[in-house]
Design a protein around this ligand. Structure first.
Ligand code: ATP
Ligand code: MG
Length: 557
């Protein structure tokens, strides 16, 4: 469905760099830290990094930024790989880790020491904070700042060899303690951490800091354009300082863009983790989560996610995109691909008193209104049916064109029926409708050309497949939980309602990953985690908008 992706400011820079011959080929990277699952914000970064490379015949690395051992895990690594693939991108043989470069990064660090551009500091963490100054006050130099190159090298090697405890020393870049940019006040490059690493085991007890590892990994991978979010704008002077000092053969360029924020959703791994940890959701892949895994399980098509970020564009301005924009993409994609079925979410029994006892007719129903190639299926019709509770109203207003006492309605792909009697239980609740059908009005083949205004869906009671259906709503009740003081207070208590629905028999064979539209109701899919043929569990992906107007128009045509 996508037209060509519009040329945003990053695509313009890339276009110019190719045109001017600055680069023959674009190389980008998507650098997640494996400390959580990817979310809708990451989708934007993935589509941008892989997208600009794909569009220009370039290459993209999937690089795990694994410089924080202890917080990172193999579960997250695997989830990230699965999610990027599912989105439709392929890193081929370019799966790397910052830890693949620990030897080279170490060598770069020694090179900085040897040129007097880095030193080993031995202040305590607290002293370092004090010496750092504030946004309005310059910092001051550490008393260890002027150690000799030899002493620095010796200490750094002994840090590497495990002679010191965590926090005893720190390797810092020697830049400027009075810089207005705090990132340039002698930022840390390497810290001591006696923690084993998921890839390098116990080989290292010093680990590079993010800015250093990231910059030099970009250089080592010959990344041409290092695309990152705006919060790194203030880190760019450090990025460039490191490249100036170390002069790698390939010099990447960092370009920042604004984060994607989605209304009614949280886009921070830390906060999403809090929802998982305290049991607010069932896991990272809970279908209400704005994670890729959650959205996949919910049934959102990958194409809808890609289309959503494409429409959002790439800018330098912070934005909160409306949920409606996302939902429009989902509906557009599903409208094309999802086959139509009938399912009754809140069932109400209908008995056709004049329908021959024991008779079953097979009704032909089209699988897609605009795609005849998807064919038809046979749906059993009988004298006992379920209809949607909402499709019956006792004291109906004049404009209510569904079923009311004494009124008529068409059963989609079936007959016109009339409601003759309303049955209630002792508490007054309506339990059943007694109706009669008009045998001359069978859809398609009936001899009568009688028309009624309303058309409703139904399922034959004897053939119905009962299923647990999970109706999702927004996880948060307020549009901007990211900015709330306590985002946990913004949860929508109605984000999940579970009902037992009655589905047409064809739905028993639905496969994981195959979305369907229950006509007039919404889009659904089987739940990849909890569904089984014996105990069907379906997720509502999204409601239909304005299904009414259309079906009524068709019925009246
Ligand atoms: P979080 O705050 O959720 O932990 P992060 O930025 O720390 O996100 P990383 O794993 O470091 O997560 O992110 C990998 C890449 O995805 C980075 O380049 C980052 O800039 C980008 N990214 C993260 N969040 C967003 C977002 N909301 N919009 C666009 N890009 C994002
Ligand atoms: Mg990060």
């Amino acid at each position: 469905m996508s037209d060509a992706t519009p040329r945003d400011f990053i695509r313009q820079i890339i276009h110019d760099d190719l045109e001017s011959g600055k680069h023959d080929r674009i190389v980008t990277r998507f650098p997640p830290e494996p400390n959580g699952y990817l979310h809708i914000g990451h989708v934007m970064s993935i589509c941008l990094n892989f997208g600009v490379a794909e569009e220009t015949g370039g290459l993209t690395f999937l690089r795990f930024d694994d410089t924080n051992p202890g917080k990172e895990s193999e579960e997250y690594v695997q989830a990230i790989e699965r999610d990027v693939k599912w989105l439709g991108f392929d890193w081929e043989d370019r799966l790397t880790h910052a830890s693949d470069y620990f030897d080279q990064l170490y060598a770069f660090a020694e090179q900085l020491i040897e040129t007097g551009a880095a030193y080993v500091d031995s202040l305590s963490a607290e002293e370092i904070r004090e010496y750092r100054g504030t946004l309005t006050e310059a910092g001051k130099n550490s008393p260890y700042r002027d150690r000799s190159i030899d002493e620095n090298l010796d200490l750094f090697r002994r840090m590497r060899d495990g002679e010191f405890a965590d926090g005893a020393h720190l390797l810092r870049a020697k830049i400027d303690m009075a810089s207005p940019n705090m990132n340039l006040r002698d930022p840390a490059l390497y810290r001591i951490r006696h923690v084993s690493h998921q890839h390098t085991g116990d080989k290292w007890c010093i680990y590079p800091m993010y800015d250093f590892a990231h910059t030099m990994s970009d250089a080592l991978e010959h990344i041409t354009h290092s695309l990152c979010t705006l919060e790194f704008e203030d880190h760019r002077p450090l990025y460039d300082w490191l490249l100036d000092r170390l002069q790698p053969e390939h010099r990447p360029r960092q370009i920042e863009f604004s984060r994607l924020n989605l209304a009614y959703a949280i886009t921070s791994k830390r906060r999403l983790n809090a929802l998982v940890e305290d049991g607010t959701v069932t896991g990272w892949d809970d279908p209400r989560m704005p994670t890729i895994a959650g959205m996949r399980r919910r049934g959102y098509p990958a194409e809808a996610l890609r289309e959503f970020v494409r429409r959002g564009g790439v800018t330098k301005k912070d934005k909160l995109i409306e949920m409606a924009a996302f939902e429009t993409c989902v509906r557009e994609v599903l409208g094309d691909v999802a086959e139509r079925r009938m399912g009754v979410i809140h069932p109400l029994k209908v008995v056709l008193t004049n329908y021959p006892e024991g008779q079953v007719e097979m009704m032909q129903a089209s699988n897609h209104p605009n795609r005849p190639e998807l064919g038809e299926r046979a749906v059993p019709f009988s004298g006992e049916l379920y209809i949607e509770r909402d499709d019956f109203m006792e004291d109906a207003p004049r404009k209510f064109f569904r079923l009311k006492p004494g009124g008529e309605v068409r059963l989609r792909n079936g007959y016109i029926i009339r409601c003759d009697e309303v049955i209630r239980d002792a508490s007054g609740e309506i339990t059943e409708l007694r109706c009669s059908y008009d045998p001359d009005t069978r859809s398609g083949t009936g001899t009568s050309d009688r028309k009624v205004k309303g058309t409703i869906h139904w399922v034959s009671a004897a053939h119905a497949v009962p299923a647990e259906v999970r109706l999702y709503d927004r996880l948060f009740a307020s549009p901007d939980p990211n900015s709330a003081e306590d985002f946990m207070q913004e949860l929508n208590p109605q984000s999940l309602t579970t009902v037992t629905a009655m589905l047409e028999p064809a739905l028993a064979d639905l496969a994981v990953g195959e979305p369907v539209q229950f006509e007039r109701v919404g889009y659904f899919c089987v739940d990849s985690a909890d569904h089984s043929a014996a105990k069907p569990v379906l997720n509502r992906i999204i409601t239909l908008r304005d299904s009414w107007a259309k079906i009524e128009k068709q019925a009246m045509a």
